[in-house]
Each structure stands twice: as structure tokens, then as C-alpha cells.
Design a protein around this ligand. Structure first.
Ligand code: TYD
Ligand code: MG
Length: 433
């Protein structure tokens, strides 16, 4: 039995209703709801139960086989490589370098696998220009420029790739729907069809989606539950470093971080991040901490500028650090060291704007603020680690061992660590802790 029904979908957030409204009840956007017709076959009589529940002990698993992307940084974030038949969503701001990353990886993977790169945004010539710029030589990469969903699926059927790449999901369209490419319903419908086709044929599918911080391009966000892995490529357009973060991963941990830098011939892995985020200079207002990102520790400089204020409310600004964290650190300094920071503006930034989330950077922030305030250099050749408690105590840090090891590798002579981590002191001879 075939029946047609309508649904009303918000093009901003994807909210669905059975009735038209002038304003979306979910995201409060005006005139964003449009009618979509959908035909569906009543499945009541067709679906027959063919499966049985199983005991856990009866379930056998095959070892997950992974495809190396050619970038160690990329593989690590994926949990060791691309899993056969998995669906990956790579999000990031427009122009951040998603196509570049994927094209470089695709070129490398194509040497040992059948890879199809589908570009819906650029022409074949434009991709070739980028390719030449990337200095890639050998590859067996197949490229297909198209934005119609049915034609894309037909091409995937014909070429039978192990890995298919869609660049980008916002640029392709399903002609059965009336809405424009990039709308929430297009993005959802195209990705669910592609996902189904890829799963049925054991094709690894990498979908690129533009996502902005303010959420103005929200489409790909609504896909996160559909896919196995969600990665985010971030950085700012001025600094050259780019970070690849795992947000969701059915085949690995999500806390890993891949670090790249954008050069004129494409993306380069940063194997020794410390060298990019520290200058090792001893000046007032600059202190070094060791931050833990995923399984790696590396050094980052934190710089402060503390100036007498001319405002009623002193100014506080951060780059790479959470502003509330700065307010908290300032409050701790005022209360427990009795420095009158309320008379001063405080600007705090990490080297290159690198975003630090590790709370053990608190002590270093405090040291750099005080160092700028009194205009004296921090201890020379020293790194600072410790989370500041609200009561002024320096709290214990996790993974102190890997932080000390990184510090020794970088040639620091001293490290200020929390008293509660003192068990580590006897284990290291080459550094004064
Ligand atoms: P791109 O991969 O097109 O971004 P996205 O696919 O995320 O929209 O990257 C575009 C930017 O990267 C562009 O501003 C130019 C810069 N770029 C380089 O600096 N070096 C290069 O080798 C390439 C290919 C791009
Ligand atoms: Mg692109």
C-alpha cells in the first residue's frame, strides 16, 4: 500500500512537525519551516522477523582491519587508521583545510586501495590545480566531479571503491526533494542514502561537512548520530597550525589530537609540537607549561600582559584559554597572595592561540600574570605545572610522569610541580623537581 504524507521540517535545525508554523518551536527561527512530501510504503505486511536474540558468549568478533591514511596524526585520531566499511564525518569551518587534508590522505591511500574522491564543490581542473600544489606524485586516485546524489551512487557502484570521499555533503543534492542543497533535509537525506549504500557494500565513506562555530551551517551537526566517527578540523585562519580532534569514535578513543601545519604545499604533520609552541626565552610575562592532549604531552608558552587599568571594570581577555578559568585564577591570586589585580587589565594568550584545556596549566597562567605584574622573569629553564584550587592549594596532576619526561626531552633544568605529586621526585635524576 502506497500512501503520501507531508511533514514540515525546519531548514535551520531539522525540527519536524506535522503542521505548518511560521516560527520554529525548537530554534525560534522565523519562516524556516517548509513542507516536504514523502511517499512511503506501508511496511506492516512486508517485514518478517528473521533474527533471534543471542547470548553474549555466542557472539564472535572479527579483528577490525584498518587502512593507513598516510598521516600518523590522522591515523592516531582515528584510533589506528580508517576502519573498512566505516562512516566518518569530517567537519570544520569553510577554508580551514578539510579538502586539502583529505586529498593528501586520499592520494596516499590510493597507492594500496581503490579510492574514489567525489568533488561536488570544485571542478576536476580545480582539484588538479590543488593536487599539483600539494606536490603529490604517484597515485591511483580516481576523481569524480558531480553533485547529483543518484549519479554519485551510480558512480560508486561502477567503480567499487574501498574508500569513497564526499566533498562536501552540503554541495550534493537529492532531486527527489524540493529544498536546496545544503538545507537540513537535503543533508540528512543524502547522507542517509549514502550511508546505507556504503554499509551494504562495505565501503569506507568519508563525508566532509562545513560547520561553523556559531552554528550557522548546522546541517552536518544533525548527522553525528548516523556516522561511526566524527572528527573536527580546527585552527584559525591566521595561525598556520591545524588541529584534528575526535568527537565521537566507535572504534577508538576520542581524546586524541592530531596536529598539522598548513604550508604553501599543503598540510604537514607536526611530530614535535613542543617546538611549535615554545620559544624557550626567559622574559617577564612568559612562562611554560606542559599540557596533556590525548596521550601526548607537550610544552606550550603562556604569555600575559598586565597593565594599570583606565576603566572602571578592568579588562580581562584570553586567547587559547577559557575566560572563566582566567577569572578564577585572578580571584585566587587576589585572595591568597593579596595582589590587587582589580587595578590592572590582564591579557593572557597561549603561543599560537593553541587551545589548552588541561587544568594543570593554572599555575603557569598565575606565574605569567604575576611575572608581568612585577616585571620580573620567571625562574629560568623551568616549566610550571599544577591546577589551582579555589582555596589556593596547588592540586595533584594526572600523568605527571609523561609531563616530566617531555620536560627532560626538551632540556629544561627545573620543573615546579604540586607537592602532592612528590612521589615522582625520586624517579628522575636529570631534572630538579
Ligand atoms: P581547503 O582545503 O580548500 O579548505 P576547506 O576544504 O576546509 O574549505 O583549504 C583552503 C585554504 O588552505 C586556502 O585558504 C588556502 C590554503 N592552502 C594552503 O595554504 N596551502 C595549500 O597547499 C593548499 C592546498 C591550501
Ligand atoms: Mg573544501
Amino acid at each position: 500500500m502506497l500512501n503520501k504524507f507531508s511533514r514540515y521540517v525546519c531548514q535551520n535545525c531539522g525540527y519536524e512537525t506535522s503542521q505548518y508554523f511560521g516560527r520554529c518551536m525548537n530554534c525560534k527561527e522565523w519562516n524556516s519551516i517548509i513542507e516536504e512530501e514523502k511517499s512511503s510504503v506501508s511496511k506492516k505486511n512486508i517485514i518478517k522477523k528473521s533474527k533471534k536474540s543471542k547470548l553474549f558468549t555466542e557472539i564472535t568478533i572479527q579483528e577490525i582491519s584498518r587502512i593507513k591514511t598516510g598521516f600518523n596524526e590522522f591515523d592516531r585520531v582515528l584510533g589506528g587508521g580508517l576502519v573498512h566499511g566505516s562512516i566518518i564525518l569530517l567537519g570544520g569551518e569553510p577554508g580551514i583545510g578539510k579538502s586539502t587534508l583529505v586529498l593528501q590522505a586520499a592520494g596516499k591511500m590510493s597507492l594500496s586501495h581503490n579510492v574514489l574522491y567525489i568533488t561536488a564543490e570544485e571542478s576536476l581542473e580545480q582539484v588538479k590545480v590543488r593536487w599539483t600544489r600539494l606536490n603529490q606524485r604517484n597515485s591511483n586516485l580516481k576523481v569524480f566531479a558531480e553533485n547529483n546524489l543518484s549519479i554519485i551512487i551510480q558512480e560508486i557502484k561502477d567503480t567499487k571503491p574501498t574508500i569513497a570521499i564526499i566533498d562536501s555533503i552540503q554541495a550534493i543534492n537529492n532531486s527527489d526533494l524540493e529544498s536546496a542543497s545544503g538545507s537540513v533535509s537535503q543533508v540528512r537525506s543524502c547522507s542517509s542514502e549514502l550511508q546505507k549504500f556504503a554499509k551494504d557494500n562495505n565501503i569506507a565513506l568519508l563525508i566532509i561537512g562545513h560547520v561553523t562555530k556559531d552554528g550557522t551551517l548546522a546541517g552536518p551537526k544533525t548527522l553525528e548520530h548516523l556516522v561511526d566517527v566524527v572528527l573536527n578540523f580546527e585552527g584559525d585562519h591566521i595561525a598556520s597550525h591545524r588541529l584534528l580532534r575526535g568527537i565521537k569514535n566507535r572504534f577508538g578513543a576520542t581524546f586524541e589530537l592530531g596536529i598539522f601545519e598548513m604550508l604553501e604545499n599543503g598540510l604537514n604533520e607536526i611530530k614535535n609540537p613542543s617546538s611549535n609552541f615554545t620559544n624557550k626565552e626567559n622574559i617577564a610575562g612568559v612562562a611554560t607549561t606542559i599540557t596533556l592532549e590525548g596521550t601526548r604531552s607537550f610544552a606550550v608558552d603562556i604569555q600575559s600582559l598586565v597593565n594599570k587599568t583606565f576603566f572602571n571594570n578592568p579588562k580581562r581577555a584570553t586567547t587559547g584559554l577559557n575566560i572563566n578559568r582566567l577569572h578564577q585564577i585572578i580571584a585566587v591570586i587576589e585572595k591568597h597572595i593579596e595582589l590587587k589585580l582589580y587595578e590592572f587589565d590582564c591579557y593572557v594568550a597561549t603561543a599560537g592561540g593553541f587551545e589548552i584545556n588541561d587544568p594543570s596549566s593554572d599555575l603557569c597562567v598565575a606565574i605569567s600574570i604575576i611575572s608581568s605584574l612585577i616585571n620580573k622573569n620567571p625562574i629560568k629553564d623551568c616549566a610550571f605545572i599544577g591546577e589551582l584550587g579555589l582555596n589556593g592549594q596547588v592540586r595533584k596532576t594526572n600523568n605527571i610522569k609523561s609531563k616530566v619526561e617531555e620536560c627532560i626531552r626538551l632540556g629544561y633544568k627545573k620543573m615546579l610541580i604540586p607537592q602532592t605529586n612528590s612521589e615522582i621526585v625520586s624517579k628522575f635524576k636529570n631534572i630538579s623537581l
